[in-house]
Design a protein around this ligand. Structure first.
Ligand SMILES: NC(=O)c1ccc[n+]([C@@H]2O[C@H](COP(=O)([O-])OP(=O)(O)OC[C@H]3O[C@@H](n4cnc5c(N)ncnc54)[C@H](O)[C@@H]3O)[C@@H](O)[C@H]2O)c1
Length: 286
């Protein structure tokens, strides 16, 4: 446990410039989608960023893209569910960037066809789907926290990607949703255990985020359904998530800890059985 105080607001750094200059960040699942966008944003804010992903090619691609833009990034191929690999990734990060980690964004999830794509009916579920989901989504977050906190500076920030799927029920993806629900409890424990050392921990819970995978996986009907549920006309883009992560990583959010912040364009803020009816009534007749 380090005792520095670079994360305090008295140091006066603000977003939009080099708010995270001198900081070391680690983002898991940073090879694609939300993780890549958040890692790119943290690097743009001046942080040196570990790009951790189970896919070595994806980790290298994100790191190369960041360095091509003048940022500093280190590819860290690693399966977050495997403790020796997590230890080796942290050792590589601290060896490259010094014995400190200021920001952890634990974001990786098992979203492939082999796991999420088989997470359907509970009565037919293969136990390996449940176990792999929990191993990556939940144990992975625990292992990242376990091995990052000892190197974390006072003022450090841990951000965990949960999901609105952890805040509601669904007819599908019970393993995924349960793992995300557990993460919202996990962040309260981490915040409580390490708060007195000046370390914060929060979850972000997005609804649909328009990643390349989401664009590919959802057809026009599903996208229309999701648009109908939202209060706002727009869905969340990856940059919207990166904005929130950059805020939570910075001292601008120094009094926020143990929280789950929902990014859903107003999907959960209302009762669809009321609003959908009212919106239909209000729609101009053909
Ligand atoms: N896209 C959305 O609509 C959405 C909504 C809510 C929450 N989320 C959450 O956001 C996070 C990122 O999702 P995304 O949409 O960017 O997906 P994505 O598939 O684009 O990215 C996930 C990344 O995690 C990596 N990964 C998978 N297993 C890993 C492991 N064991 N160890 C290390 N890396 C691993 C993958 O290789 C991939 O690069 C996930 O936690 C997901 O549950 C996404």
């Amino acid at each position: 446990m380090r005792h520095r105080s670079e994360g305090h607001a008295s140091q006066g750094h603000a977003l939009g410039g080099h708010a995270l200059g001198g900081r070391v960040a680690l983002v898991t699942g940073a090879g694609s989608g939300i993780g890549a966008a958040c890692a790119t944003r943290l690097a743009a804010e001046g942080a040196r960023v570990g790009i951790l992903d189970i896919s070595p090619e994806a980790a290298h691609a994100t790191a190369s893209a960041i360095t091509a833009q003048g940022g500093q990034a280190l590819p860290l191929p690693c399966d977050v569910s495997q403790e020796p690999q997590v230890e080796a990734a942290l050792a590589a990060l601290t060896s490259a960037y010094g014995d400190r980690v200021d920001i952890l964004h634990s974001n990786a999830a098992a979203l492939g066809r082999d796991v999420y794509g088989r997470d359907h009916s509970l009565t037919d579920m293969d136990v390996d789907v449940w176990d792999r989901t929990m191993a990556v989504n939940l144990r992975g977050a625990m292992l990242m926290v376990k091995h990052t906190v000892p190197a974390m500076t006072e003022g450090g920030s841990i951000i965990v990607t949960a999901s609105v799927s952890g805040l509601t029920g669904d007819t599908d993806h019970a393993a995924y949703g349960t793992s995300k629900a557990a993460l919202t409890g996990f962040v309260r424990y981490v915040a409580t255990m390490y708060g007195k050392r000046g370390i914060r921990c929060n979850a972000i819970a997005p609804a649909l985020v328009m990643t390349p995978t989401a664009h590919r996986a959802l057809g026009p009907d599903r996208l229309a359904d999701k648009a109908a549920e939202r209060l706002l006309p727009w869905a969340c883009e990856m940059e919207d998530v990166a904005n929130l992560v950059a805020f939570l990583a910075s001292a601008e959010s120094r009094c926020i800890t143990g929280q789950t912040l929902v990014l859903d364009s107003g999907t959960l803020a209302h009762r669809p059985e009321h609003t959908l009816h009212a919106w239909r009534e209000a729609a101009p007749q053909e």
